[in-house]
Design a protein. Structure first.
Length: 391
């Protein structure tokens, strides 16, 4: 379906990646289950192989269903082409692997998603790639950490546990001056609330499991110069997404704008209420004016998602368990981005190396779902009553 270049994001979300008249008038792109693709002639097959990532050549490299999701995400985020992969971690791994070889060095933000750190410290290290970590607030100071063999600077905005906002344009300028590519995990803000390519990022990774899709997929979005490098790495890693997951991803994408605005509104309501609670030391949410990252968030993003952190005042493990174990509306789980609210204790001790985490009390992470905010607040209030009783 043709979209005007000046179409607003809400319109792009509703229409990008759809071509009903190429599919018998069907509104949603059909699910193509395919592996082998047949060609009528040798000439036709050879022509297709020359552009194997742009047309149908083999099911693992994409089908019309896959291409539809990739087109929609790239159009929304401002990328050249996107690549669907099986998970958010696959998106991160595929993106990094496209740019490194044995003997290279990568710089990774210290507040990175834990599986990213594990991949760097175990898998990359096994292949002779060294990782160093940087303070997420370093900004242009990252220039001092660049080495002659630094190939990748990996950022996350904000970090999904402690929610610091990095100065992406300053980091990108220094990284590019040193010859490195800038990769960014944009899962928290999504392509709706942040356009990383306008900030100097080269490749963007998403855990599509969260707000974009909700059904276990990852997305890598690339500039034109980086696309084939990353796409070849993904192909060599053997990543391929099932067509049914892709279909559900497309279905979820169509309502992302309205869902995200509700997540944001509820999260702000909860965060503002929590700021004034006597049990709370501080709330970690860049959308709050008092948050240290608020100025950068306001400059680089147009909205905030439903995920934020809370630092509690010192309390016993027993008291924290009493609070969390009795929650009625908040599930206790590690994911986020779905319709349900979640709450999770986060253990940050010892996992930071560039800038150790400093807080006297425990931290929790909350995902604001689509329930009524008053009911969510009442559930938290009952939880705090249990915490005080068990103290």
């Amino acid at each position: 379906m043709t979209l005007r270049k000046d179409s607003k994001d809400d319109t792009v979300i509703a229409h990008a990646g759809r071509d009903p008249h190429a599919n018998f008038g069907v509104v949603n792109p059909p699910v193509y289950h395919a592996s082998t693709i047949l060609f009528k002639t040798v000439e036709e097959m050879e022509a297709a192989q020359k552009k194997r990532f742009f047309t149908m050549t083999y099911g693992r490299h994409g089908t019309p269903t896959t291409f539809s999701l990739e087109e929609a995400v790239a159009r929304l985020e401002g990328g050249y082409r996107a690549i669907a992969v099986p998970s958010g971690l696959a998106a991160i791994v595929g993106a990094i692997m496209g740019f490194v070889k044995s003997g290279d060095h990568v710089l990774v933000t210290d507040n990175v998603y834990a599986p990213t750190r594990k991949f760097c410290e175990e898998t990359l290290a096994r292949f002779g790639v060294k990782t160093s970590y940087f303070d997420p607030s370093i900004g242009a100071g990252i220039a001092a950490l660049m080495q002659p063999n630094t190939k990748v600077v990996f950022t996350e905005a904000p970090g999904s546990l402690t929610f610091e906002m990095p100065d992406i344009p300053a980091i990108a300028k220094a990284a590019h001056a040193g010859g490195a590519k800038v990769l960014m995990d944009n899962t928290w803000a999504t392509p709706l609330f942040c356009k990383p390519f306008t900030l100097g990022v080269d490749v963007v990774a998403h855990a599509g499991t969260k707000y974009i899709v909700g059904h276990s997929d990852g997305i890598i979005d690339c500039t034109e110069p980086t696309f084939l490098t990353v796409r070849n790495a993904v192909a060599q890693l053997g990543y391929s997404v099932g067509p049914d997951d892709v279909y559900l991803g497309l279905r979820g994408l169509r309502t992302m704008a309205v869902r995200l605005r509700q997540h944001q509104q509820t999260a702000l309501t909860l965060a503002r209420w929590l700021v004034d609670r006597p049990e709370v030391e501080r709330v970690l949410y860049p959308a709050l004016p008092q948050d240290p990252g608020h100025t950068l968030w306001k400059r680089d993003m147009t909205g905030a998602s439903g995920l934020f952190g809370v630092v509690l005042k010192p309390c016993s493990k027993k008291a924290l368990a009493a609070m969390l174990d009795g929650m009625e509306l908040y599930g206790m789980g590690a994911s986020w981005g779905g319709f349900e609210s979640l709450i999770l204790p986060t253990h940050l001790e010892g996992i930071r190396t560039a800038r150790p985490w400093a807080a006297d009390g425990p931290t929790i992470r909350i995902h604001a779902g689509l329930e009524d905010p008053d009911d969510l607040i009442a559930d938290l209030e009952r939880g705090f009553a249990r915490l005080r009783a068990a103290a």
